[in-house]
Design a protein around this ligand. Structure first.
Ligand SMILES: [Zn+2]
Length: 354
């Protein structure tokens, strides 16, 4: 090939538009370790016999979103390959896995500044306005047939007025209409809402299941599996997060903080936690991960102290660790209120010193 040709080809490729990202990159994932109760919910969903209101309950990272998506696919997948499960391969299943299905209405609060925030939406709450908009959507016919599904991400953040408004839809949902609420704190739902919905608890995974998944997904980190599984407490989401490079860095910060009690520097530590993080949403994720690792390390140390005492009172008091555990939980609640991560971390670490 002549040099001229090569040059021309280069110029052409430089001016060409970059390849568009594949929009349907994700495949539907079947939740692991959810037992027979989940299977009977799935069968009900395949037959469109799911309750019209269902809460999917579980801690952060427990896999609520995976369960919710799979149930949604069970409702909407038109394939007759399997009468008890969604096929996981058809166009509908793929649309659902990529949050692109026109009959699935997702309601959630904006995650950060980059998302559209109007005076009718809020960082803190899912608002009345959003529920009203959803109700209007649900007036229309399903586009792809079978059913319509409204999913609430962090449904425990529904404003009280919004929950009251939702009651109407829970009482008269319309034909083949299903409301799925993903919640970590069901006590935030009004009793009137709770009495009209059924609950599906996402089960914590056994250490063995988590180990198997880690083996498949991050085999390079096998020497950290004990640490990761110990901290994950049955949550695959948290286990995978704990396997990232950032988490390793955060874990080092946690140990540094706990072991060098002479050199406590809250401001520097808070900054080190957030170093290199660009978006506000990711700042919150990093702060939450740090608090979570701090808590799991504190718990581990408390347990070690108690078990070394062999039934008698431990030689050393568990204070201040138990108070510290409480304070990290409070800090996590502050993050949920969208207080800036650096402020929350610094305040928490200053409190741990007092
Ligand atoms: Zn399918």
């Amino acid at each position: 090939m002549s040099k001229k040709w090569v040059k021309q080809a280069r110029r052409k490729s430089a001016s060409a538009k970059p390849e568009p990202e594949p929009r349907m990159a994700k495949r539907l994932v079947r939740p692991v370790g959810q037992g027979t109760a989940f299977e009977s919910w799935l069968r009900a969903a395949r037959r469109l016999q799911l309750p019209h209101g269902l809460v999917i309950e579980g801690a952060r990272g427990a896999g609520k979103t995976t369960v919710l998506q799979y149930l949604t696919a069970a409702l909407l997948c038109p394939s007759d390959l399997d009468e008890d499960e969604p096929c996981g391969m058809c166009r509908i299943c793929t649309l659902i896995a990529n949050d692109l299905h026109p009959d699935v209405h997702v309601v959630r609060r904006p995650r950060d500044d980059s998302e559209f925030v109007t005076k009718e939406t809020s960082f803190h709450r899912i608002t009345v306005h959003q529920v009203r908009a959803l109700q209007q959507e649900l007036q229309r016919h399903a586009i792809e047939g079978r059913a319509r599904v409204a999913t609430f991400v962090e449904g425990d953040h529904l404003q009280e007025d919004a929950q009251n408004m939702l009651l109407k839809t829970l009482e008269e949902p319309g034909e083949a209409t299903f409301l799925l609420l993903e919640v970590a704190r069901p006590e935030h739902l009004l009793p009137t809402v709770r009495s009209r919905i059924q609950r599906l608890r996402v089960l914590p995974l056994t250490d063995e299941v988590i180990r198997r998944e880690l083996d498949e997904k991050i085999p390079g980190q096998v020497n950290r599996f004990d640490d990761i599984v110990g901290a994950a407490q049955g949550s695959l989401g948290l286990a995978l997060e704990a396997g990232t490079e950032r988490a390793v860095h955060l874990h080092d910060l946690v140990r540094g903080w706990l072991d060098q009690t002479q050199e406590l520097r809250p401001f520097a530590t808070a900054r080190a936690v957030l170093q290199g993080v660009e978006e506000r949403r990711h700042e919150n994720d990093a702060a939450r991960m740090f608090l979570w690792l701090l808590r799991s390390e504190l718990r581990r140390r408390c347990d070690a102290l108690v078990s070394s005492a062999e039934g008698s009172y431990p030689a050393m008091s568990l204070e201040p660790w138990t108070t510290w555990l409480e304070r990290t939980l409070q800090a996590e609640r502050d993050l949920e209120l969208m207080i800036p991560a650096e402020q929350v971390l610094t305040a928490c670490l200053v409190q741990l010193m007092s």
